[in-house]
Design a binder for this molecule. Structure first.
Ligand code: HAM
Length: 438
């Protein structure tokens, strides 16, 4: 039996990878214009980071993480080698493949004292892992383009200006990628105080009805009622629809913050709709929460999600460091692109075809010269006949084919044929780059 890629993972193949590169290059360009810099964190972290950061009661942490016990290292609680420590503790360190990037970035922010620099604008592009039921637009290894603004009190990282800035940056990126028809949904989930009151109200509202709900909701109603809003079970939706909403529980500073975010967005022409059911599936959120959806995506229609997390650094044992950010689901973003892979793919400018014995060296030298002039060059083999060279050049999508035969080498002038028009001219070596580029 042949071995296949694991369910929920996939190979990204050419020409589609050209679209992924197009998206990532455009994102890097846009982020640079807003003064973001790249951060790369490890793909696995200690399990505790996500348990404390994302939240034990979230679907991500309670059901979807790829977690294992690392038996190869010393126990974190002892200097003794694992084998000795294991006798005392019974286990090694619990590690997890990152299901999202924010917790790792905030961990790095704390670990490297990035707060000393004032405002940190960071972005990360890479794979994330969640054990979800695979379907179109939902994978177990998927890619996120994540950006965060974090900073110590006084750096302005808590300002509504930052919320509007990241949202406007996203609108700019989607526009630059040619993605039309997206929808921005906005909510405020308030601060810890607001949520304590909200959770209490939810608990009371759930009490008489929770018996009719799914097992997950029955558990959530006790441990973390807000998470009831994550429920996807159709039969539970009419009950959830009637529950109190966070918008009625915002205190004055949270209300003002949210008003100002909306005010700036409206003034700079970013359209949004308010959705007070939007609580996002991660526990670290405070105040602004948002999602961009796209109609063409079907059931998994969220291209990206984000929000503010003013208490996350403290929850991870760090200093106060309010922050806001987002993660784009790159798989879904690529699916909603109007561009085809062919249109963004860089095709060879020229296919160099050695014809006849001894021509490989000549052709390799010529290809090297042209590549040094930044041309995209594909190279044939002297064993190919003319017909096979033409077929290979056409398959590669080359603009020109350049014939390197004995006569051409003697004359130091080469037959250059435009594969689209069929026009063929003889071009002296020194003029090749210029002719091909023209
Ligand atoms: P999230 O909503 O869990 O937020 O994920 C962000 C985006 O990742 C989703 O909108 C979706 O496009 C994509 N995504 C999530 N799961 C999958 C999957 N199984 N397959 C394909 N795409 C998926 C976060 O991860 C937060 N860390 C975002 C954030 C950053 N908040 C503040 N800063």
């Amino acid at each position: 039996m042949t071995i296949k890629a694991v369910r929920g993972t996939r190979d990204l193949l050419p020409p589609d990878t050209a679209l992924w590169n197009f998206v990532e290059e455009t994102a890097r360009d846009v982020f640079r214009a807003y003064n973001f810099q790249e951060i790369r964190t490890p793909i696995f972290e200690s399990t505790e980071l996500f348990a404390r950061g994302v939240g034990e009661e979230t679907d991500i942490v309670s059901k979807e993480m790829y977690t294992w016990e690392d038996r190869s290292r010393k126990s974190p609680l002892s200097d003794a080698p694992y084998e000795a420590a294991a006798e005392v503790l019974g286990k090694g360190q619990s590690l997890t493949l990152r299901p999202e990037a924010t917790a790792g970035i905030v961990r790095a922010y704390i670990e490297h004292n990035l707060g000393q620099r004032g405002l940190s604008k960071l972005y990360l592009i890479g794979p994330m892992f969640r054990r979800e039921r695979p379907q179109k637009g939902r994978y177990r290894q998927f890619y996120q383009i994540d950006a965060e603004i974090i900073g110590p009190p006084g750096s302005g990282s808590d300002s509504p200006v930052r919320d509007a800035e990241v949202i406007e940056m996203l609108a700019t990126l989607l526009d630059r990628l040619g993605i039309k028809g997206w929808n921005l949904q906005l909510n405020s989930v308030g601060c810890a105080n607001d949520r304590a009151k909200f959770n209490e109200a939810l608990r009371q509202a759930l009490e008489p009805v929770v018996g009719q709900m799914c097992a997950d909701c029955q558990r959530r109603a006790v441990t973390n009622p807000l998470r009831v809003f994550d429920c996807k079970v159709p039969a539970d939706q009419p009950i959830i629809e009637k529950l109190p909403r966070i918008s009625h529980f915002l205190d004055e500073p949270c209300r003002e913050h949210f008003d100002e975010v909306q005010n700036i967005l409206a003034k700079i022409g970013i359209q949004f709709s308010l959705n007070d059911r939007l609580v996002r599936g991660l526990d670290y959120y405070t105040r602004t929460a948002f999602e961009f959806t796209h109609g063409a995506l079907g059931a998994q229609n969220a291209i990206l999600g984000g929000g503010r997390y003013d208490g996350l650094s403290e929850a991870l044992g760090g200093p106060s460091a309010p922050g806001i950010g987002f993660a784009i689901g790159e798989d879904r973003l690529v699916m909603s692109l109007p561009e085809s892979a062919e249109s963004v793919q860089k095709k060879p400018d020229v296919y160099v075809a050695p014809l006849g014995a001894g021509m490989n060296c000549e052709a390799a030298g010529l290809a090297r010269e042209l590549r040094r002039q930044n041309l995209v060059v594909d190279l044939g083999d002297e064993n190919f006949r003319l017909k096979k060279s033409f077929e290979a050049a056409t398959r590669a999508g080359a603009k020109y084919i350049l014939i390197v035969g004995e006569n051409e080498v003697k004359a130091d002038s080469f037959a250059l044929k435009n594969l689209a028009t069929g026009e063929q001219i003889s071009v002296p070596r020194g003029e090749l780059t210029q002719k091909i580029r023209a």
